[in-house]
Design a protein around this ligand. Structure first.
Ligand SMILES: Nc1ncnc2c1ncn2[C@@H]1O[C@H](COP(=O)(O)OP(=O)(O)OP(=O)(O)O)[C@@H](O)[C@H]1O
Ligand SMILES: [Mg+2]
Length: 258
C-alpha cells in the first residue's frame, strides 16, 4: 500500500548546527516528488529524516513532525527498523555489502524479513535486478562479490536491493548521478512503474530528470553558507518549471546560480 507523508515545521540538526529549517510539505501516495536545489542546501539531510536514517548520525536530531499515513514516524512506540522497512532508501553513494555476493546483496533485506523460500528469493532477485537494469550484466556472476562491480553497477545493485523488499515509500538520493544515459532511462522507467504502487521521493541535480519523472517538485535553497537550508516552494512540476512563484526558483532552474 502506498503511503502519504506529512511533514510539519521540521528542523534538522547535526549537534548544534541547524542544517534544515522549518520544512512543511505533504506527499501524496502514488506520486513522484523531486527535491532540487544547490549543493549543501539539505536535500539529503531532509530526505534521511523521512525514514529515520538521520538519527543514526552522531548528533543527528529533529524537531517537528513527520507523519506516515497520519501516524507519527517519531512516536515513542515506533520502531525505527520497521520504519526503514516501510520507507526504503537508495543512498547518494552506492553502499553495497562489499563481501556479500551480488545475489545475497539483493536478497539480504528479504531474508531479514523472514523470506526463506528459494524460488521466491530467486524470482524476486531477478525481477529487482531487471528493474534496476542490471540483470543482463550480472546474471552469470550472481555469486561474485558486490564490490567487484563498477560504480554505476553498484548503484543499480543498491536500487535492486531497495526495491526487492517492496517498500511502500522509496527515497532515492541522486540515484542516477553515476549512471550512463541508458541506465538512467531504465531507472526513470522503473520509477514510473513503481509509482503505480508506491510513493517515491527523488533527489536530483538533473532538471530534465526532475521534469521527466516527477509529479511534484520541491525547491530547497540556503541563504548563505552555514545557514540552514529551507524549502522555498513545492508545487506541480509543470508549474515549477514553467511559472514558479519565487524568483529564487526561477533563477535556479534557469541556471543562473547553483
Ligand atoms: N554528517 C554530517 N555532519 C555534520 N554536518 C553535515 C553532515 N552531513 C551533512 N552535513 C551538512 O549539512 C548541510 C546539508 O548537507 P546535505 O548533504 O543535506 O546537502 P545536499 O543538499 O544533499 O547537497 P548535495 O547536493 O551536495 O548532495 C551541509 O552544510 C553539510 O555540510
Ligand atoms: Mg545530497
Amino acid at each position: 500500500m502506498a503511503q502519504r507523508i506529512d511533514v510539519k515545521d521540521l528542523n534538522v540538526y547535526y549537534s548544534a548546527f541547524k542544517a534544515v529549517e522549518g520544512v512543511s510539505m505533504s506527499v501524496d501516495p502514488r506520486t513522484v516528488t523531486a527535491f532540487i536545489g544547490p549543493s549543501g542546501c539539505g536535500k539529503s539531510t531532509f530526505l534521511r529524516t523521512l525514514n529515520r536514517m538521520h538519527e543514526v548520525i552522531p548528533g543527528g536530531r529533529v524537531e517537528g513532525s513527520v507523519q506516515l499515513n497520519g501516524r507519527d514516524l517519531y512516536g515513542k512506540d515506533v520502531d525505527p527498523v520497521a520504519v526503514r522497512r516501510t520507507v526504503g532508501m537508495v543512498f547518494q553513494r552506492p553502499n553495497p555489502f562489499p563481501t556479500m555476493s551480488i545475489f545475497d546483496n539483493v536478497a539480504a533485506g528479504m531474508r531479514l524479513n523472514g523470506e526463506k523460500n528459494k524460488k521466491v528469493l530467486q524470482e524476486r532477485v531477478e525481477k529487482s535486478l531487471r528493474g534496476a537494469n542490471l540483470w543482463n550484466e550480472v546474471k552469470d556472476r550472481l555469486a561474485k562479490p558486490g564490490a567487484g562491480l563498477s560504480g554505476g553497477q553498484q548503484q543499480r545493485l543498491c536500487i535492486a536491493r531497495a526495491i526487492a523488499v517492496q517498500p511502500q515509500v522509496l527515497l532515492m538520493d541522486e540515484p542516477c548521478s553515476a549512471l550512463d544515459p541508458i541506465s538512467t532511462m531504465a531507472i526513470e522507467d522503473l520509477i514510473n512503474e513503481l509509482k503505480t504502487e508506491f510513493t517515491i521521493v527523488i533527489v536530483t541535480h538533473n532538471m530534465q530528470q526532475a521534469a521527466r519523472v516527477s509529479d511534484r517538485t520541491a525547491f530547497f535553497n540556503l541563504a548563505a553558507t552555514g545557514k540552514p537550508g529551507k524549502l522555498i516552494e513545492i508545487n506541480d512540476t509543470d508549474k515549477i518549471f514553467s511559472n514558479p512563484a519565487e524568483k529564487a526558483t526561477e533563477d535556479y532552474i534557469s541556471g543562473r546560480f547553483g
